[in-house]
Design a binder for this molecule. Structure first.
Ligand code: AMP
Length: 393
């Protein structure tokens, strides 16, 4: 949907000109909420075709399905063993989703940020282009990487988050207080990239606006503010210039023009999508090449992780070390391993009393709060209150 485009995909396309890029379709993450298998398969291919239609270039960048590259789940297991439960319990996205469905909560949903950290750290990423809603998971990823490095030596690069200046968080068209989301049950809350022009026009026409008629960004006018942001993100024009241009004009004209802007923007994407979707062999080839490349790169990092934690190298490790293509920063990291036993115990004892020194003051305060929660709280993960819970502290 259009929020994913302006929040993330647009930056993917721009960054691939200056950066070696890895883009995955997060199908392992997708099953953290129930999925119809046939639907998951259809939508996974649809999304990859949309990546290409939006301008992600398979010749330049590596595009793959997360489930095709085993290192993601392998690394997430290792990271699970350094992440305290309390840190995951504080994740806003988990609390939101858990709040909406208190029953049938799965461990996968709880563990989602750890798999995301693995997705990122495996590729020694410099930048991670995401929307605003992923900032907390990104901070978590940086924190996990530092923590692991603090324990085992400099294995991971610390990635930076990269969010757009405009449109980092588009809100729902019908409920501007809630983030626009492709899994929203009310399809009128978002514009899908494959929406036909008449559907776009209807959705924009019926989008919630606020009392008054001024086209102005204002916290008290979340509906029209969101539409101005959408206009700015799609057109590239600043919100200020849009407000000036529409001074004295009404909502109806603004909405009509916004709908046309969006349909003009979507039309070439939809045409490219149609020709890509008509060539499943090409799409399969992209995913096959992508998985091979991602596999090679991620295995090199996983191999370093395994050696750092003390796993005995197996036959696959030997092959990886001979054949794996590694960047200079990866080769540099290699030389620091493995951690000497005494140094490791010293580091772990420092960490057990407090977080690593390179964790910022704010992160340390948050981590301390989480640690406190883990010791003071008498509830287990299934019970909301202490009264309900039979777990001993
Ligand atoms: P998801 O839809 O959760 O799979 O997110 C895919 C990417 O789109 C992530 O980088 C999100 O941060 C971004 N994204 C999702 N929803 C929005 C939104 N409403 N506004 C801006 N970016 C978004």
């Amino acid at each position: 949907m259009i929020g994913n485009y302006v929040g993330a995909l647009k930056n993917w396309v721009e960054l691939q000109a200056s950066h070696e890029s890895f883009f995955l379709l997060a199908d392992l993450h997708a099953i953290t909420v129930p999925q119809d298998p046939a639907d998951l398969q259809r939508r996974s291919l649809e999304f990859v075709a949309l990546f290409l239609a939006c301008g992600v270039d398979a010749e330049r960048s590596t595009i793959f399905l997360q489930s095709h590259v085993p290192a993601h789940t392998q690394l997430s297991w290792v990271l699970n063993c350094v992440v305290p439960m309390g840190e995951l319990q504080r994740m806003t996205q988990f609390k939101d989703k858990a709040g909406r469905s208190a029953t049938n909560l799965h461990v996968g949903l709880f563990d989602y940020p750890v798999l995301m950290a693995a997705d990122i750290l495996l590729y020694c990423a410099d930048l991670v282009p995401v929307g605003d809603d992923q900032k907390q998971h990104m901070e978590f990823t940086r924190h996990v990487a530092r923590k692991f490095n603090g324990l085992y030596g400099e294995v991971f690069k610390i990635p930076e988050v990269f969010t757009p200046r405009t449109g980092a968080r588009l809100m729902g068209l019908q409920t501007p207080s809630v983030k626009m989301s492709k899994s929203d049950r009310n399809e009128d809350n978002y514009i899908a990239l494959l929406d036909r022009p008449e559907v776009v026009r209807r959705k924009i026409k019926t989008a919630v606006t606020d009392s008054g008629s001024e086209i102005r960004c204002d916290a008290a006018k979340p509906g029209i503010s969101n539409l101005i942001t959408l206009y700015a993100a799609v057109s590239g024009e600043s919100a200020e210039s849009i407000q000036n241009r529409y001074a004295g004009k009404g909502y109806a004209e603004f909405k009509r023009n916004l709908a046309e802007l969006i349909t003009d923007f979507l039309s070439p994407i939809q045409a490219r999508y149609a020709s890509i979707a008509a060539d499943p062999a090409m799409l399969a080839g992209v995913l096959h090449r992508g998985a091979r490349n991602a596999d090679e790169r991620s295995e090199a990092t996983l191999s370093r992780v395994y050696r750092a934690v003390g796993f005995i190298p197996g036959e696959r490790d030997q092959r990886r070390r001979v054949g794996g293509r590694r960047s200079s920063s990866e080769r540099q990291l290699d030389t620091a391993l493995p951690a000497a036993s005494r140094a490791f115990h010293e580091r772990r004892s420092i960490m057990e009393t407090k977080e690593t020194k390179d964790v910022t003051a704010a992160e340390a305060a948050e981590a301390d709060a989480a640690a406190e929660c883990m010791t003071d709280c008498c509830t287990c993960c299934c019970c909301e209150t202490e009264e309900e819970c039979s777990m001993e502290e």
